[in-house]
Design a protein around this ligand. Structure first.
Ligand code: UDP
Length: 339
């Protein structure tokens, strides 16, 4: 075995897929999660330590018990609209909470640190594929909180020698192709689960938030990355830091833009069913187009990073997860009753 890795938020969607990828690479993921959003059933590849990232004493205890060789820090709040309504909550959890994890790590010998950042740090970018050097101008407290942590990591590198990776994700979607885990939240706002649940007749028609964007078909364009590809990127980032690399920051995306209409059409092709939809106004804070320039991530983390990230593979794995008995059991539907 290659040692323990502390995964804060390891019971979350991206966190749990990363725990599976860590285990496949020979690490033992130790999940630290308060289970406020994360799911206990998703912790399957290592121990679960229940705790809040604001609890530095509890974090210290967990660092001492498991002596992690590295930390992957997912635990955070991540809804743009909520961050606009509740900025205090976002700065407390995402900035002060991360500080507690960093300080507990500093007291435990400063293991390398992989951080979940976001393309929301760019705000409304100038257009075209987004390279890491595009100006950072977040337009909501969520993006601002993540950018503040990136700055803290830079200062910790200079002053304390912390080796870290900040991974700016574009849109995570899809599910474990082996069907063991997938996306499941009490309150769901994301397009892929909402479209799939509407298609399966279990949720109201999916709202198309804006058809008047300056894009080819008028709907917003995003860069969707398969959650398993994101998970692999975290493992590679950690390995790079363990191999002695200094601090780095990179995008995690494919370079390919996919619109809301593209998603609906792909789901139609995959199932021969139409997703029930209704038109709705633009959602506040949604930029028209966010597509990564993936060149730096490929240079730093290697080729083959996005092999599962074409939209039909993403949607196929999401559909299989939503149709599975495992999902039905979670959602309270009788197994076998899911279309
Ligand atoms: N979207 C939509 N209907 C939904 C959810 C999302 O039209 O029910 C659109 C949303 O406006 C955005 C894109 O789909 O343009 C991706 O939204 P999501 O919430 O999945 O991720 P975000 O880009 O906000 O992180």
């Amino acid at each position: 075995m290659r040692g323990n890795v502390l995964v804060t938020g390891g019971a979350s969607y991206i966190g749990s897929h990363t725990c599976k990828a860590l285990a496949a690479a020979g690490f033992t993921p130790v999940t630290y999660d308060n289970l406020s959003i994360g799911n206990r059933w998703a912790v399957r590849w290592g121990p679960l330590e229940i705790g809040d990232i604001s609890d530095i004493a509890r974090l210290g205890e967990v660092f001492r018990r498991h002596r992690p060789v590295g930390v992957i820090h997912f635990a955070a709040l991540a809804l743009v609209g909520e961050s606009v309504a509740e900025p205090a909550l976002y700065y407390r959890q995402n900035v002060a909470g991360t500080m507690a994890v960093l300080e507990a790590g500093r007291a435990a010998g400063l293991p390398p640190f992989v951080f979940s950042s976001t393309c929301a740090v760019y705000g409304i970018p100038p257009g075209g594929a987004i390279g890491e050097d595009v100006p950072k101008a977040p337009i909501n407290p969520y993006g601002a909180s993540k950018l503040m942590v990136e700055r803290i990591l830079e200062d910790y590198a200079a002053a304390y020698g912390l080796r870290s990776a900040a991974l700016r994700y574009f849109n995570a979607a899809g599910a474990d192709p082996e069907g063991e885990i997938g996306e499941f939240r009490a309150v769901e706002t994301h397009i892929v689960p909402n479209a799939v649940e509407a298609l399966l007749g279990r949720k109201p028609p999916m709202k198309i938030f804006g058809r008047d964007y300056p894009t080819a078909d008028g709907t917003a364009v995003r860069d969707y990355v398969h959650v398993c590809d994101l998970a692999l990127a975290h493992v590679r980032a950690l390995e790079r830091l363990l191999g002695g690399a200094e601090r780095f920051v990179c995008n995690l995306g494919t370079g390919k833009g996919v619109s809301v209409m593209d998603i609906l059409q792909s789901l139609g092709r995959l199932t021969n069913l139409d997703v029930p939809v209704e038109d709705a106004p633009r959602r506040p804070g949604d930029p028209p187009e966010l597509v990564a320039d993936p060149a730096l991530s490929r240079a730093l983390l290697g080729e083959g990073l996005t092999t599962r990230s074409d939209i039909e593979t993403i949607l196929g794995t999401a559909l299989a997860w939503h149709r599975s008995d495992a999902y039905a059991a979670l959602a309270g539907a009788p197994p076998g009753m899911v279309r």
